[in-house]
Design a protein around this ligand. Structure first.
Ligand code: PLP
Length: 448
């Protein structure tokens, strides 16, 4: 039966972000999970070291979340949000506004981080058109940014490896750098921040009349390698957006819902976005719900008599799904009752010292961390920061070794991702870090 399923998976499936030739060599089929562990069809257990791709909060099969879905199922699974609403979507909207940064007052639902970003872009674009300033059509986005895989989100993204081939499909815009202190000339966070802010200001000063909005990940550029922004950068970007009358779209899809030790990462800098995209942790990692949350000022530009054609003509079949909103509501209740955000902030301090142990390894270049969002960048030489040759696929090999040792994660190039479920205890974190250490040691040792 096990072998049969594996054959079926090889014969029928095409997996996301996966070279299927790799999958055929090392297939894996998960069947169940409990707490912070998942289990494959042979019964082998793994720590969920990347929260099932940055989603999971309370662990798997959390009783309250399971119950919330069952309770909702006794009423209805789904109904549309086109021209009407439902009970959990309405209650969740109020709750989201409650916990969002000041000024964010309207919730527009969708079903993934990428769609939440598409909506943010179209919303910003139409906002200026509705306002009578249709010349503001362009976007400024960040080098090394990632906002999802649909064409709009890719257009404001900038990760060579993922995006290069789609160049001709993308809409054109302006790009500005985000500090990557470890790989900067000066190596100094303050210098690095000021250089990047200056570059951004040059673009804005020259072109702001044609710029609708700026898009940026919040505090950490996730997909490009868990690159943590130096203090003062995000708030500096906020100031420039205000100065040049450009909407600020903050992507909290990865960082939102406690991941960085605040409910939303922009709280680290007291930043109030004009539009905020959320997804991933919103349902505790259970169901596909996402949201784009904006200010009353943006909303008001769409509010008019129908004949004036200011309606936002956008929606998805499963927008506001009742099961998803019900579990998201329960998720947020658990955030309160279990004080998840404070817990993450506290445990993050201990996680930092646990990870310091890894810094001693010969090929660990830099460890980056904000809360429970960590990246461990592996390099050929610590002294020169020379990367490993890409064809050695060191990050990938380390993740395979970790799988063997009982932990799942996916690397970003040669940066090992460590993003455990937010309920992981200090003992869990230690156990997972020990696996990371052993895997890095074994793989890099074999290379030397
Ligand atoms: C994962 C991610 C997205 C895309 O979310 P999906 O649900 O995978 O479409 C967008 N932005 C950031 C910062 C992300 O990490």
């Amino acid at each position: 039966m096990t072998q049969n399923l594996i054959e079926k998976s090889k014969a029928c499936l095409w997996l996301p972000f996966t070279q299927m030739k790799d999958y055929e060599k090392d297939p894996l089929i998960l069947e169940s999970g409990d707490g912070i562990k998942v289990r494959d069809i042979d019964g082998k257990e793994y720590y969920d070291g990347f929260s099932s791709v940055w989603l999971n909060v309370h662990g798997h099969r959390k009783k309250e979340l399971d119950e919330a879905i069952k309770k909702q199922l006794e009423k209805i699974a789904h109904s549309t949000l086109l021209g009407m609403t439902n009970v959990p979507a309405t209650e969740l909207a109020e709750k989201l506004i409650d916990i969002s940064p000041e000024g964010l007052k309207r919730v527009f639902y969708s079903d993934s981080g990428a769609t939440a970003m598409e909506i943010a872009l179209k919303m910003a674009f139409q906002y200026w058109a509705n306002k009578g300033r249709p010349e503001k059509q362009k976007f400024v986005s960040m080098l090394n940014g990632y906002h999802g895989d649909t064409i709009g989100a890719v257009s404001v993204g900038a990760i060579e490896l993922f995006h290069r081939v789609y160049g001709p499909l993308m809409f054109k815009g302006f790009k500005a750098p985000v500090p990557y202190v470890y790989r900067s000339k000066s190596g100094d966070p303050d210098v690095c921040r000021e250089e990047c802010l200056n570059e951004l200001e040059q673009v804005l000063a020259k072109r702001h009349k044609e710029i609708a909005a700026l898009s940026i990940e919040s505090m950490v550029q996730g997909a490009s390698g868990m690159i943590v922004m130096p203090e003062g950068f995000l708030s500096g970007v906020r100031k420039l957006c205000t100065k040049y009358d450009v909407l600020m779209i903050v992507d909290e899809v990865a960082t939102g819902f406690g991941r960085t030790g605040k409910m939303f990462a922009c709280e680290h800098e007291g930043v109030q976005p004009d539009i905020m995209a959320v997804g991933k942790g919103i349902t505790g990692g259970y169901l596909p719900i996402a949201a784009t949350i904006t200010t009353e000022a943006v909303y008001r530009e769409f509010y008019d008599d129908y004949q004036n054609m200011k309606t936002f003509f956008h929606g998805h079949s499963y927008t506001g799904n009742q099961l998803g909103c019900a579990v998201a509501l329960e998720n947020l209740r658990l955030f309160e009752s279990e004080k998840i955000v404070d817990q993450v902030a506290q445990k993050a301090v201990e996680l930092k010292s646990i990870l310091e142990e890894l810094q001693k390894l010969r090929h660990v270049g830099e460890i980056r961390q904000l809360g429970f969002m960590c990246g461990i960048e592996l390099v050929e030489s610590k002294e020169t920061k020379e990367p490993f040759p890409a064809e050695k696929r060191v990050g990938y090999e380390v993740s395979l070794k970790m799988r063997e040792l009982g932990m799942l994660t996916r690397p970003l190039g040669d940066t090992i991702v460590f993003m455990p479920p937010l309920v992981s205890t200090v003992e869990d974190l230690e156990a997972m870090a020990a696996i990371i250490k052993e895997a890095i040691h074994e793989v890099t040792h074999a290379l030397a």
